[in-house]
Design a protein. Structure first.
Ligand SMILES: NC(=O)CC(=O)C(=O)O
Length: 289
């Protein structure tokens, strides 16, 4: 069980949910049944990434159309499926939620984006928290190959959560995401590579392909990064699928050769709850550092 074949689907998410689901199924069809063990879809793969659409496209999990659609795909293709993310309606709250299925089509985990994307750039003002609520629960799923952690997009910028996954035994982290033309070119690949290097895990990122004239242009560039930080494959802006065999022995080998996780100085990093933290460049005695 040293190799794992994974697939990452990059679709152009448009304004029509049924076409988005149809396109997902069409791209899935290029996967040979029972030959891929894990498939990853992008963030908001059935819904345009804008605040107005979230409540309109939102569904119940597990009874909604998209949950059932994903369950059928996982069963038909005999694969674990990290179902990107969808807007979820739960009571009167909305979440950005990833549903994970086993090859029998059963839900084995639900992850709700924990860090909401609230940013204020000159050409991009986005406030997920105006509509969505944050999740509060990390998710590691068990597979025959080991544990896989799930994050959604902006979560990748918070190294603590992925470190938690690595310390709890993850060999891989799967990230449905949708960066944009402002943050994508500068941060996308760097963040995926940095998190893979720091935690010595495989990182998979799935983004939508950009959709012409959409309010939010996704960056595309879905990718796979290995535990040494090598980009094994990366798409451009096109609708496409990556199918790749990955070598799982590289996780242990990297950790043996470069035992970062063992070299941590926990005696130095603990933060006393009374300690004053902040942006000041002064130490505790008021001296500049
Ligand atoms: N869309 C996101 O959640 C995050 C993003 O685009 C970024 O961090 O940049």
């Amino acid at each position: 069980m040293n190799n794992l074949k994974v697939a990452i689907i990059q679709i152009q998410t448009g304004p029509d949910k049924s076409s988005n689901l149809l396109k997902t199924a069409e791209l899935f069809a290029s996967i040979e049944k029972s030959r891929v063990s894990l498939v990853l879809l992008p963030e908001m793969f059935q819904c345009p990434y804008n605040l107005e659409s979230f409540s309109i496209f939102a569904e119940d999990i597990p009874t909604g159309e998209t949950s059932l659609f994903l369950s059928n795909l996982a069963r038909e293709y005999g694969t674990f499926l990290v179902g990107g993310s969808i807007p979820e309606k739960k009571g009167n709250r909305y979440y950005n939620t990833s549903i994970v299925y086993n090859p029998c089509g059963e839900i084995i985990g639900i992850y709700r984006k924990t860090h909401l994307f609230d940013v204020d750039f000159e050409n991009l003002h986005f406030q997920e928290s105006a509509v969505l609520n944050p999740g509060n629960t990390p998710l590691l799923i068990d597979t025959p190959w080991g544990k896989i952690g799930i994050l959604i997009c902006y979560d990748l910028r918070f190294p603590e959560l992925i470190r938690l996954y690595a310390l709890r035994g993850a060999f891989m982290v799967a990230v449905p995401a949708a960066f944009n033309p402002i943050t994508g070119p500068l941060h996308w690949e760097v963040l995926f590579r940095a998190r893979a290097i720091d935690n010595q895990v495989y990182l998979l990122g799935a983004s939508p392909a950009p959709y012409p004239n959409a309010f939010y242009q996704a960056y595309g560039h879905s990718l796979i990064v290995d535990p040494m930080g090598r980009v094994l494959e990366q798409l451009g802006n096109e609708e496409a699928i990556i199918i790749k065999d990955i070598d799982l022995s590289l996780v242990d080998l990297t950790r043996q050769r470069l035992p970062l996780l063992k070299h941590r100085r926990l005696d130095l990093y603990a933060i006393n709850p009374d300690e004053k933290l902040g942006n000041s460049l002064k130490d505790q005695k008021g001296e500049a550092i």
